[in-house]
Ligand binder design. Structure first.
Ligand SMILES: Cc1cc2nc3c(=O)[nH]c(=O)nc-3n(C[C@H](O)[C@H](O)[C@H](O)COP(=O)(O)OP(=O)(O)OC[C@H]3O[C@@H](n4cnc5c(N)ncnc54)[C@H](O)[C@@H]3O)c2cc1C
Length: 388
């Protein structure tokens, strides 16, 4: 058998090398742990995302010393967020602070690569084309290692002080360790998006109407991510034949001039569709294992908070493991202070079962949670207030 891993045993083995896995690997390696991170993909592909980072995510990536890499690669600063409820426009300036100019929405091929590169520089051993196929347990049930299938088809065992699943929404590790479900939701919204060139950067723009929403998010190289979302049952009505035309038509109810401009410009990349997926909040820590990112907690993208969750998970897990090596229970306690409430709010927003006044209240409640997350990080200076 060809051994591709440099050692038979690591302090931590991380399955999944995108935003949750790479951020966790980076923090653990910087704290001195011997970390192996594997991913079944090679990591060069994009992934489904509309890219918007919230304040806690930007604060964390700045704390980790990586925000400069994101901005130097052409990600523009976002200084304002606009919420448009029918004709009612609410502009929310993003106050700079703590050395941070505003919000950012990096493309995923950039964000995930920056995190992975930083993890590698910190000493993380990374192998792609490697798939988790099993876990090993001690007699007392504690997880103590994994079985990994290599590109060659061979399966190699590796021992670990802790095994961390950063393997996304359909996490294999969650199933293998029997992670208990805390909350589930069948509510889901459908989303379609692409990219347009040449619009001025007016910040994040979110539009809400009768059972539909749309948005524009300045991302990399002068392009905006343009998305439209609705109840999955209305997907066909809006986007069946000319999907981009349907997106533009939806936008025209809030801003006909902008819609006409987008129609004239057209998409610069293929359209991506997401039909929606059920949400879950699972136990994220057990004997010898932990879950970070979507693996432990997936809620609808309606609140654009998945990357923020992934970063908060990485930081909280690294903090917990530095206090009690190999034991992640404190991480779950920290995550679950707000997670059930934010999960419920997000799924209500994704249901499209509201009128615009109710939606505004839901957004205000979600914003209050973001503020709590931000104050947990001790970055009150970098603030954004959703006006009533
Ligand atoms: C349409 C859409 C729009 C979104 N927009 C936003 C947004 O604007 N802002 C925001 O914050 N969030 C957004 N999200 C959510 C965000 O994309 C996710 O929360 C985030 O990608 C989760 O990261 P992750 O690292 O946990 O998992 P993933 O990004 O899913 O990565 C999991 C990795 O694990 C690997 N893997 C899986 N199984 C195995 C295995 N058995 N062995 C080895 N490797 C494995 C996969 O190859 C993958 O690379 C959006 C999501 C969708 C669907």
């Amino acid at each position: 058998m060809t051994r591709i891993f440099s050692r038979p045993q690591y302090d931590a083995v991380i399955i999944g090398a995108r935003c949750a896995g790479a951020a966790t690997a980076l923090l653990l390696a910087r704290a001195g742990a011997r970390v192996l991170m594997v991913d079944r993909e090679d990591g060069s592909q994009d992934t489904l995302s509309t890219h918007a980072l919230t304040r806690p995510a930007v604060s964390l990536i700045n704390d980790w010393g990586l925000l400069g890499r994101i901005t130097r690669a052409g990600t523009p600063v976002v200084r304002q967020t606009r919420f448009q409820y029918g004709d009612d426009v609410v502009d929310v300036p993003v106050q700079p602070g703590g050395g941070i100019a505003g919000l950012y929405a990096p493309r995923r091929w950039l964000l995930d690569r920056v995190l992975r590169d930083a993890a590698w520089e910190a000493g993380v051993e990374l192998h792609t084309g490697v798939t988790l196929v099993g876990v090993q347990k001690q007699l007392n049930g504690r997880v103590c290692g994994v079985s990994l299938r290599l590109k060659s088809g061979e399966v190699e065992p590796v021992s670990a002080g802790i095994v961390i699943g950063a393997d996304g929404r359909q996490s294999s590790l969650a199933g293998m360790v029997g992670a208990r479900s805390i909350m589930n939701s069948d509510t889901r919204a459908a989303c379609i998006y692409s990219y347009v060139d040449g619009l001025p950067n007016e910040g994040y723009r979110w539009f809400f109407g009768d059972r539909v929403s749309a948005g524009l998010i300045p991302t990399a190289d002068g392009a905006h991510c343009f998305f439209a979302a609705c109840d999955p049952r209305a997907m066909r009505r809006w986007f069946n034949f000319d999907a981009f035309g349907g997106m533009v038509q939806m936008l025209s109810q809030w801003d006909p001039e902008l819609a006409a401009e987008l129609a004239a410009r057209g998409p610069i990349e293929r359209l991506r569709r997401f039909a929606g997926a059920p949400g879950h909040l699972r136990d994220c820590a057990g004997p010898g294992w932990a879950l970070v990112g979507d693996a432990g907690y997936f809620k609808d993208p309606a609140t654009a908070h998945g990357i923020t969750d992934a970063f908060l998970d990485a930081q909280r897990l690294a903090d917990a493991l530095s206090e009690t090596p190999g034991e992640a229970a404190a991480y779950q306690t920290a995550r679950d202070r707000l997670a059930p409430h934010m999960f419920t709010l997000t799924q209500q927003i994704a249901s499209y079962d509201w009128d615009l006044a109710q939606l505004k209240q839901l957004h205000m409640a979600f914003n209050a949670c973001l503020k709590q997350e931000q104050s947990e990080l001790g970055h009150c200076a970098f603030s954004q207030t959703l006006a009533a």
